[in-house]
Unconditional design. Structure first.
Length: 124
C-alpha cells in the first residue's frame, strides 16, 4: 500500500512538472505574439517619427536664426534624452516579468516535500 502511495506521489510530481512545462510554453507563445505586434508597431512608429523629426528640424531652421546643423543637434539631443528615459522604463518593466508562475513552483515544492516525507517514512 505504501508503495502504491509512493508511486502515486511520483506520478503526481511528474504531472506537476509536465504542467509547469505547458504553462511556460503557453507564456512564451503569448510573449512571442506580443513581441511580433510590438515589433510591427515600433517599425511603423519609427518611420513616422523619423519623418516628423525631419519636419521639426526644418521648421526650427525656418523659424529661427539657428543654422540647419544646429537644429539637427538640438532635435537629436532631445531625442537621445527621451530615448534614455524610455529605455530605463522598459528595463524596469522587463525585470518584472515572471516566466515561471510562482504558484506552480510552490506546488512542485510541496509535492516534492510530501514525496520525500513519504519515502523517508517508508524506510522506517
Amino acid at each position: 500500500m505504501l508503495g502504491g502511495i509512493a508511486n502515486d506521489a511520483k506520478e503526481l510530481l511528474l504531472q506537476e512538472v509536465a504542467l509547469t512545462k505547458l504553462e511556460v510554453q503557453y507564456e512564451l507563445r503569448k510573449a512571442k505574439t506580443a513581441a511580433i505586434a510590438l515589433g510591427i508597431g515600433i517599425g511603423t512608429i519609427a518611420t513616422g517619427g523619423i519623418l516628423l523629426m525631419l519636419m521639426l528640424v526644418h521648421v526650427l531652421a525656418a523659424l529661427t536664426a539657428v543654422p540647419l546643423w544646429g537644429c539637427y543637434g538640438i532635435v537629436g539631443s532631445v531625442l537621445v534624452v527621451l530615448g534614455g528615459v524610455l529605455l530605463a522604463a522598459g528595463k524596469t518593466k522587463a525585470e518584472e516579468l515572471d516566466v515561471v508562475p510562482q504558484r506552480t513552483v510552490e506546488r512542485i515544492k510541496e509535492s516534492a516535500q510530501w514525496l520525500t516525507k513519504q519515502t523517508t517514512s517508508d524506510k522506517r
